[in-house]
Write a protein that binds this ligand. Structure first.
Ligand code: TMP
Ligand code: ASP
Length: 240
């Protein structure tokens, strides 16, 4: 598949057009940012790890009946995906208290919820991705009520699939962020699913194996990304 012009460059990825107007290439960069772009850095090998991890997880989800933008892996740091129109609402699903939730509500890190918490944020850098409720999303015409209920139900189904999968390879899926896009009359899971967009803790020790190592200068950042990738590749047969 021929890579044509750059369509969009974000903090961690670049999107290129192809000869097919329906398809684009996602290139995963080693660049890392945190806290709304205030902290910047490079994590060598992150692009490859995030691409390969995302390819693996999109395939797992497709095999479990979730419609995604994923078509195929093109190279170690590129995947071919359907060209969707991103819905500017980020869905965060939380199984265990961590990150901004602890800061906002004073809930202790590590508190396990009996059922997941779903939150929505406005995907808008200029306004620092503020939290939104269903009324905001519907009144601002970001998504209609049917679309929103589909997206939320899909996010919960994805949580079930991923939580079970990560549990089977010794990882606690603490929380994660999803983005969805419109494609013809369908809504597809889009973007990426990686240690940049999820919190992964090692079962038994709660050792962090995700971007929190970069956010909070915990060291062994690139090792954590590689460790997650190796763990998933070692257990590859589970997704087949
Ligand atoms: P938070 O606790 O900082 O709100 O993050 C919740 C989850 O969302 C966590 O797994 C990291 C992910 N996330 C992103 O993917 N992008 C972001 O910009 C932020 C703030 C969080
Ligand atoms: N991705 C966001 C940023 O670049 C925040 C984060 O992941 O912590 O600032």
């Amino acid at each position: 598949m021929k890579k044509n012009e750059k369509l969009y460059e974000g903090k961690a990825k670049i999107v290129y057009s192809t000869d097919d107007p329906e398809l684009v290439i996602q290139f995963f960069k080693d660049d890392a940012t945190a806290f709304d772009g205030i902290k910047k850095g490079q994590i060598s090998g992150k692009g490859v790890a995030n691409n390969l991890i995302s390819c693996h997880l999109f395939s797992l989800l497709e095999n479990n009946g979730i419609a995604t933008h994923f078509i195929k892996k093109l190279s170690d740091n590129e995947m071919l995906v359907r060209r969707v129109k991103i819905i500017p609402v980020e869905l965060v699903v939380r199984n265990v208290a961590a990150g901004s939730l602890c800061k906002r509500y004073g809930v202790p890190e590590g508190q396990v919820f009996s059922e997941p918490i779903v939150e929505c944020y406005y995907k808008n850098d200029a306004f620092h991705d503020p939290a939104m409720n269903d009324d905001h999303i519907i009144r601002f015409n970001l998504a209609n009520a049917d679309e929103l209920s589909t997206i939320k139900a899909t996010a919960l189904r994805i949580n079930q699939i991923l939580k079970e999968y990560f549990d089977s390879i010794g990882i606690i899926l603490v929380d994660f962020k999803l983005e969805f896009g419109r494609y013809n009359d369908q809504i597809l899971l889009a973007d990426e699913i990686s240690p940049d967009t999820c919190r992964f803790w090692e079962k038994g020790t709660n050792r962090k194996l995700d971007k929190d190592r970069f956010r909070f200068d915990l060291g062994e950042v690139k090792e954590a990304y590689t460790e997650m990738l190796c763990l998933m590749l070692k257990n590859r047969q589970r997704t087949k």
